[in-house]
Design a protein around this ligand. Structure first.
Ligand code: TXA
Ligand code: MG
Length: 332
């Protein structure tokens, strides 16, 4: 079975709905990255996600719904803090962890008592979910450990012949996955950084917000312990003395006979004129939009990526977290 790629249309949504109802998998665009969707009420459907991706079964999936009024069907114990988060940030690039209701597949929640819920802002995603009239659990639509997909072709390259259909909504806008948050004792814990950052959460809710990447107060999102976003070639992040360290690294890699490339900010491009480089963007927001696609673009043609740290724009933490993961922790 060759995987079909279809632009959104009545026919495409009908086909997608039929597949989901029959416990098959459908990849679809969201504003963050492409998701690999299945009926979240069926263990049989959910199991196919773990198999197609090669994903460890102790890593829970996010439940996607199309409307705010659907949330209460699949979760328990919605608190005033949850309500604030829903009112301010949904639909959008945020996943909120709740106590799970009994109808949600326990496989989707990795056997745990909680479920992360998200309402995508992307209209194609919401139409797909609403047409199915089912909650859709969806991880990023990549093979486990690979960079998340930001266009239909990335999904096809990873999952061709493993899934029936990809709904092609073009390039995703945000480029990295949703912020995952959990509320405990009126404190918001950020379990995974994303476009909705600490400052935005504080301003909108007036609650205290803690990023678990900077604390060991409560366990992180299960998924954050795994290798992630790994390109086929080596990667190193440069955080200190950026230009001089990037150049030093570049020259050292060249000396070993390997081919390096620098991922840089727009303002630093002038320092790398006689070198291989790609401009990720002028700030962390643009760089987040481009990162995963650029990793996939260069990984086969270069031996090493030297990625500059970005300290400007609203997505500094989310971008840095993805870069460090992709680099397997290598940082200078
Ligand atoms: O933007 C996104 O969130 C994308 C799109 C498709 O919606 N989805 C996505 O899913 O990134 P995935 O499976 O690749 O990442 C889900 C993350 C993992 O780190 C997982 O451990 C965490 O969310 N997660 C899911 N359910 C959780 C729960 N009940 N408690 C804590 N963390 C949870
Ligand atoms: Mg993922």
């Amino acid at each position: 079975m060759d995987t079909k790629i279809l632009k959104p249309s009545k026919h495409c949504f009908m086909l997608a709905k039929n597949l989901i109802i029959n416990n098959q998998l459908v990849a679809f665009p969201t504003e963050t990255v492409y998701g690999l969707g299945a009926n979240a009420l069926s263990d049989q459907a959910v199991e196919k996600i773990f198999i197609a991706k090669g994903r460890p079964q102790d890593n829970p999936l996010i439940l996607h719904v199309g409307r705010k009024s659907d949330i209460e069907k699949y979760v328990k114990n919605i608190t005033p803090a949850h309500k604030k988060l829903i009112a301010k940030f949904m639909p959008g690039p945020i996943s909120i962890v709740f106590d799970k209701a009994d109808n949600v597949s326990s496989l989707a929640c990795a056997g745990g008592s909680t479920v992360a819920v998200r309402i995508p802002k992307n209209k194609i995603a919401r139409r797909f979910i609403n047409e199915c009239n089912l909650p859709i659990c969806a991880p990023s639509a990549n093979t486990s450990k690979r960079p998340s997909p930001t266009c239909a072709n990335h999904v096809y390259n990873d999952l061709n012949q493993k899934i029936e259909l990809i709904i092609d909504g073009g390039n995703t806008s945000v480029g990295i996955e949703s912020t995952v948050v959990k509320v405990e004792n009126n404190t918001i814990f950020i379990l995974r950084e994303g476009k909705i950052n600490k400052k935005m959460l504080e301003r909108a809710t007036h609650l205290s917000v803690v990023s678990v990447l900077n604390t060991n107060k409560i366990p992180q999102s299960p998924g954050t312990k795994y290798a992630h976003y790994v390109p086929l070639c080596e990667m190193i992040v440069v955080k200190n003395n950026i230009v001089s360290n990037s150049i030093k690294l570049y020259e050292n890699i060249l000396k070993t006979g390997k081919k390096p490339i620098i991922f840089c900010s727009q303002k630093n491009a002038k320092f790398y004129k006689n070198k291989n480089f790609l401009v990720l963007g002028k700030n962390s927001v643009e760089a987040s939009h481009n990162l995963f696609g650029y990793l996939r673009r260069v990984e086969k043609n270069y031996d090493a990526i030297i990625a500059e740290y970005f300290d400007n724009g609203g997505m500094v933490e989310g971008l840095f977290n993805r870069m460090i993961k992709a680099a397997g922790g290598k940082i200078v």
